[in-house]
Design a protein around this ligand. Structure first.
Ligand code: SF4
Ligand code: SF4
Length: 678
């Protein structure tokens, strides 16, 4: 009788679970298609390293937080590794328990033999004990420490309580007397089956969705926005997102794969400076939009949501009716993002938060026509003058006055097109960097020319601000000009131009070999085409005991394009050498944004503190005499930060190219020093 009752329970529970999986999968695949079936080997490799190996969870990170909370956060993220493996091992014991319900004589000993089974039981005992301790810590953390991003919700309490009961009942089965064993067995089995069915409705949906999310992750170039069809007759046909059904199935799967670890938010520069943006919440908003608008939504959904959120029916109705873009995810949230990619970088399950934010921005700009006034001015500048500064397009070559820089019309066979960029052409401070770069390239014997007045804005500010229409107009014009002039190789002064021209112009028929100027300079130094003069810059710290230089990683060079080494190699070739360079605490993959990306350069920072001040304080604390940059926007933001902190006498902000230009030995000096041949 007991076996029959159990069999009915088992079939009902697994049947309902299968129905829930089918139900969510059906919604996901009713959204936009996306092909992620390529490269099976690399995908399996990802699953092994990042799902089973939990690589992202255990790798070293530098949280932008105070020391004490950094420790608790680090512990909080690392314990997931043990929970994960504990869960896998304990699952073996759970499977045995379920099989015993149908076949009471079954035991792991029959399959594995006495010795191996005994070792496995001991292993399960240890993991169960560990998981119980971790659950106790999780309760302590949420109730006593109360981290802002990981609250004690009803959902969390139910999940943590259920796991604790599973462990306690397991120990009851293992070590209890006859009566305890029977009760523990039923408690264990019922919690297990209820837990299974609750999973997809809870934060623990990642137990099911994390593996496929890692398998189907983007293996291609990061940070490339899907192209909208701006020639479509109506806005809906352009591909601009309006609600959950306009995202791809993979974007929706992201929401179910989220582990709610809050790493993305902890690393977000906007969040860390008091803005309302939490990338984790953006992902959840999209998932909730799906859940609130599922066509087959029924009383079970309402009941579960009411349990999880404790809201009245009226509140729930209001919540359900909120539009996703500008409602559930507010405009302030969407405009706060600097598109730095820090969130995506640290996400253990490869969720793409910036793409979702930018797609929603496109809706604000193109559909709702809601653009912050300062950004609207920038759009006008771009439309009228082809640059965000709004300076006349006819002044684009003023930076080169007296240098005799050739255009491609003067020198059609030049090996490289030097892409100057708007900052390099119009901002007085950055013009000096462009002149320094020209100086270095000439000394290195590089055969190059510029587009001159035919260069237009690359389109990065428009695209990252959601104005896809304007972006495509600008980019298309540039692509046509470059194709007409048969451009093959491009070297850019700016990492934003690098990213757009290299990775996004191919969507418009522009296929060029594009390099950042620090990559080219590294090559020139390595090949001996540029000689650094040891006398021009004194060794480390100029005798002051301070490090000579530190490097601020530009997000669009590092995180989006994977280049961290080239600028460092160039800096290490300077007279101060590697020992004269100090790393900032947040560097390379975990570098902290300057605050200018994603169109934020042209928006007032009205909420919270300033991102550039946060970074400047870190630079000042490093003690370095110079902070080297490789991006004009970073230079502007950090110089402003240094000025605001009245620290101009303590640190100078210079581009890598300026440092090289200052310390390289000119050919005429080398020639003059060479002994004359008899
Ligand atoms: S891209 Fe940067 S600013 Fe935007 S949400 Fe992610 S971490 Fe925050
Ligand atoms: S989006 Fe990724 S990093 Fe952010 S909370 Fe979810 S799993 Fe963690």
């Amino acid at each position: 009788m007991t076996r029959v009752l159990f069999a009915v329970l088992l079939v009902a529970a697994f049947g309902m679970f299968a129905w829930t999986v089918w139900r969510f999968a059906r919604q996901l695949f009713s959204a936009r298609p996306q092909d992620r079936t390529d490269n099976v080997g690399a995908r399996i490799d990802s699953v092994i390293r990042f799902f089973f190996g939990q690589k992202k969870v255990i790798e070293k990170t530098t949280l932008p937080a105070k020391r004490a909370s950094r420790f608790v956060s680090a512990l909080g993220s690392k314990y997931h590794f043990f929970i994960f493996w504990g869960f896998l091992v304990i699952t073996i014991g759970s499977v045995e328990t379920l099989i015993q319900g149908l076949f009471p004589g079954f035991s792991l000993q029959l399959v594995l033999g006495a010795t191996l089974a005994s070792a496995l039981y001991t292993c399960i005992d240890v993991f169960c004990g560990l998981v119980l301790a971790i659950i106790a810590f999780a309760f302590f953390r949420r109730i006593v420490l109360q981290p802002r991003l990981i609250p004690m919700t009803r959902d969390a309490a139910a999940i943590l309580g259920a796991i604790a009961m599973l462990m306690i009942s397991y120990f009851g089965m293992r070590f209890g007397g006859a009566a305890v064993v029977g009760v523990s067995w039923w408690v264990h089995v019922i919690i297990l089956l209820v837990f299974l069915n609750y999973l997809l409705y809870s934060k623990h949906s990642h137990i099911i969705a994390a593996l496929p999310n890692i398998y189907f992750r983007n293996l291609g170039q990061r940070g490339v926005l899907p192209k909208l069809n701006m020639e479509a007759d109506d806005m809906a046909a352009t591909g601009v997102v309006q609600g959950w059904q306009d995202f791809t199935w993979k974007s929706l799967l992201d929401g179910f794969a989220c582990t709610e670890c809050a790493r993305c938010t902890n690393f977000c520069p906007a969040y860390n400076t008091g803005k309302p943006l939490s990338p984790m919440q953006v992902v959840h908003d999209l998932r909730d939009d799906l859940r609130f608008r599922m066509p087959d939504r029924g009383p079970l959904d309402v009941l579960l949501e009411r349990f999880q959120h404790g809201e009245s029916a009226a509140d729930q109705a209001a919540e359900k009716d909120k539009p996703l873009i500008g409602g559930r995810t507010t405009e302030e949230v969407l405009w706060a993002c600097t598109t730095c990619g820090a969130c995506q970088e640290v996400c253990p399950v490869f969720i793409d938060q910036p793409e979702k934010i930018l797609q929603m921005r496109q809706n604000l700009v193109l559909v709702q026509e809601k653009v912050p006034s300062d950004l609207a001015r920038t759009f006008t500048n771009l439309e009228r003058n082809g640059n965000p500064w709004g300076i006349g397009a006819d002044k684009r070559m003023d930076w080169a006055e007296g240098l005799g820089v050739p255009t491609l019309d003067d020198k059609p066979d030049a090996e490289y097109l030097l892409w100057v960029g708007c900052a390099g052409a119009f901002d007085d401070r950055i013009k000096k960097q462009t002149r320094a770069l020209v100086d270095v390239m000439r000394e290195g014997g590089v055969d190059f020319a510029v587009l001159g007045l035919e260069e237009g804005c690359s389109g990065d500010p428009a695209r990252r601000s959601g104005n896809e229409m304007l972006y495509q107009m600008q980019a298309q014009q540039n692509v046509e000009t470059m194709n007409t002039k048969k451009v093959k190789k491009v070297v850019t002064a700016c990492p934003h131009c690098l990213h757009t021209i290299k990775n996004e112009y191919p969507q418009l028929g522009g296929n060029f070999e594009v390099r950042h100027h620090t990559q080219l300079i590294r090559e020139l130094v390595a090949q001996g085409k540029i000689t650094i003069d040891g006398d021009k810059l004194a060794p480390a710290g100029n005798g002051s005991g301070r490090p000579a230089v530190t490097f601020h990683d530009p997000c669009y060079l590092g995180r989006w394009n994977g280049e961290y080494d080239a600028p460092r190699a160039v800096l290490d070739a300077l007279p101060s050498g590697p020992e004269g360079r100090v790393e900032l605490p947040r560097n390379r993959e975990q570098g902290f944004c300057c605050g200018a990306g994603g169109g934020r350069m042209w928006m007032e920072e009205k909420i919270g503190t300033r991102v550039n001040h946060n970074r400047t304080d870190e630079i000042l604390a490093s003690g370095a005499e110079t902070v080297a940059t490789a991006c004009p926007f970073c230079t502007i933001m950090l110089r402003d930060g240094v000025q605001d902190r009245n620290a101009g006498d303590r640190v100078q902000v210079l581009n890598v190219s300026e440092l090289v230009a200052k310390s390289m030995k000119r050919k005429r000096e080398i020639d003059a020093a060479a002994p004359r041949e008899a």
